[in-house]
Each structure stands twice: as structure tokens, then as C-alpha cells.
Design a protein around this ligand. Sequence first.
Ligand SMILES: Nc1ncnc2c1ncn2[C@@H]1O[C@H](COP(=O)(O)OP(=O)(O)O)[C@@H](O)[C@H]1O
Ligand SMILES: [Mg+2]
Length: 321
Amino acid sequence: MISTARIETLSFDEAVARISAARDFRELGEKRAFKKWAKLVHPDTVGVARQATATDAFAKLAHLYKRAERAPVLHGRRRTYRMDHLQASGDLAELYVDGSVLIKVPRSAVDNDLMETEAATLRRLWSEGDPKFRAYAPRLIESFICEDGQRHRRRVNVMEYQAEMITLAEVGLKERDPRDVAWMWRRLLTALGWAHRAGVTHGAILPEHVLIHPEQHGLVLVDWCYAGHRPAAIVKARLSDYPPEVLNDRLAGPATDIYMATGLMTRLIGPRMPAPLRRFAAGCMYDAPRMRPQDAWALLGEFDELIHRLYGPRKFRPFVP
Ligand SMILES: Nc1ncnc2c1ncn2[C@@H]1O[C@H](COP(=O)(O)OP(=O)(O)O)[C@@H](O)[C@H]1O
Ligand SMILES: [Mg+2]
């Protein structure tokens, strides 16, 4: 976003370039900046040689402005959110980005309970969890009920938007050196260790719920709708990623997260798993949850030792998705 004062200093060519690159009006600044842009590229204010370029730029400018004016908004308690930038369609919600926040709106009021679980879980992570690890989950900004034209009341959660991150679903599967995945595995166990100590189970450690920052090796767990000992739903498209206790008994605990995280990391590495790592993973994926490790922190210690035995001291390896 460009400041209104700065617009006046742009040349005609710079103004045209910025307008043609903009995907929505906000990239051009605040609404009141419209007049300043219009002055720069209005066909009446330029010479003959620039008429055609100016006409195109002005038309695009007017189009972006009108679209921004018409964009639907949601009234939260803290402020109003704009819904003109659809970022993702999840299993139950549409997610919009407005600046630095993400607005998660369920498609149906039937899923309000799941949205409530997410809000309550994020609050609990903040109140009960060690503040040192807050970067592993998105901050909840607010949660409120909105009523639409048909008087359906839906719960909306507004969260911090992780702009630079990609999901493991986007990273996709290919054969990988375990050393390239080790940092993710460690971060995942850290996130789980943090959540479990706060009394929270995630319940759906799936590729689309793990966001990573490839260069900085950051990791954030999203979609806390399925948290708790009795997850209210299962992601149908990912049935084969779940352990038996969820599929058969709708029960989840720390060992459920450990099973799902291990399966996810194992699939990400693919067939090039050294035997000791394969044994480690198998020990985390027994059918009976009691047989699996229960403590993600302790498991992280074991994982570190194993990786050290296999590959020596840790070295930073840039991750190429
Ligand atoms: N805090 C966030 N920052 C950036 N992207 C996010 C964030 N939360 C969710 N997403 C994106 O939106 C998608 C759907 O979000 P999710 O919470 O799983 O919705 P649903 O509950 O409908 O499945 C995720 O897979 C991810 O791509
Ligand atoms: Mg989801």
C-alpha cells in the first residue's frame, strides 16, 4: 500500500505501472487516494501521445475503485472487515484476507460449534500455554456472530494472517532427503508439546493445516476446529490419515496428534527413510493409542538424538518446496 502523500510524487509512467499491476484498490492506498490517482492518469490531463495509455489506466482505476466500494463487509466488535479477497476455501469455511487479518466464515450455521471450538481452543492456548511458543498458532483477534440476510447466525473467527507461509498440501509429495524435513518434524513436535501441556489436542494434523515458512523454517498449526477429546467432526477427504481411535470411537488425545504428525512427516519424506527413522515412525503409529508415545516433548528429545546419530550435528539446510 502506498501513502497518499507519495502518490503526488509519481511520474505518469510510474502511476500507470502501479495501476496496471494492482489487483485491488487497496494496493493503491486508501479510498480517498482515488482523486490523486485520477489526476495523474486522467486522459484529459495528458498529451496526445499518452491518450491511449491514460484511457486504459483510468478505466482500470475506476474499475478497481468501484469494486472496492461494492465489497461486502462484516461488522465485528472491534472493527469492520472487508470480504473482497477470498484467500482459501476450507472444509467448512471461506477465508478472506483483509490486510493482516484472516476472516473465517463458515458456509453453514450448522458448523458454528466447530467454529466455537476453534475460538475457545485458541484462547486456551494463549491463557494456559507457555507464551514462548505462541508463534506456533495464529493469534485469535476476535470471534463474533454475524446474521445474514436470511437471518442465519454464523460464528466468524478473525485471526492473524500468515501471509508468507504455504501449507504442506501446497508443498506436495516427492522423494525428500530426511534432513530437509527434520526441521519441520521438530517444529511439529514442539507445537504439539506446547499445545498438549496446555491441555489441548489438535485432532486434525493434516497437510492443509500445517503452514510452513520455507526460508525461515517457521511452522504454524491452523484449523483448531477439531480440538478436544471428542472431535466434533472428521475431515472426510482425509479419512486414511486418521488413527483408529478417531475413526472408530471419535476419541482423540495427545497420541492421536503424534500418530497424525508422524504419518504426515513420513509421507513427506517418501521412500528414502533410513531404517532407524522408519522404526521410530512405526513406534508412533501403533493402532492402539496406549502403545504410542504420549509426550511430544519427550519424543522431540528422542527424535533429536536419532537425527544426531544418523547425520551428526544439526546444520541449516534451505528448504526448496
Ligand atoms: N492463519 C492463517 N494464515 C494463512 N492461511 C491460513 C490461515 N488459516 C487458514 N489458512 C488457509 O486457509 C485454509 C483453510 O483453513 P481452515 O482453517 O482449515 O478452514 P476449514 O476449517 O474450513 O477447513 C488452510 O488450508 C490454509 O491454506
Ligand atoms: Mg481445515
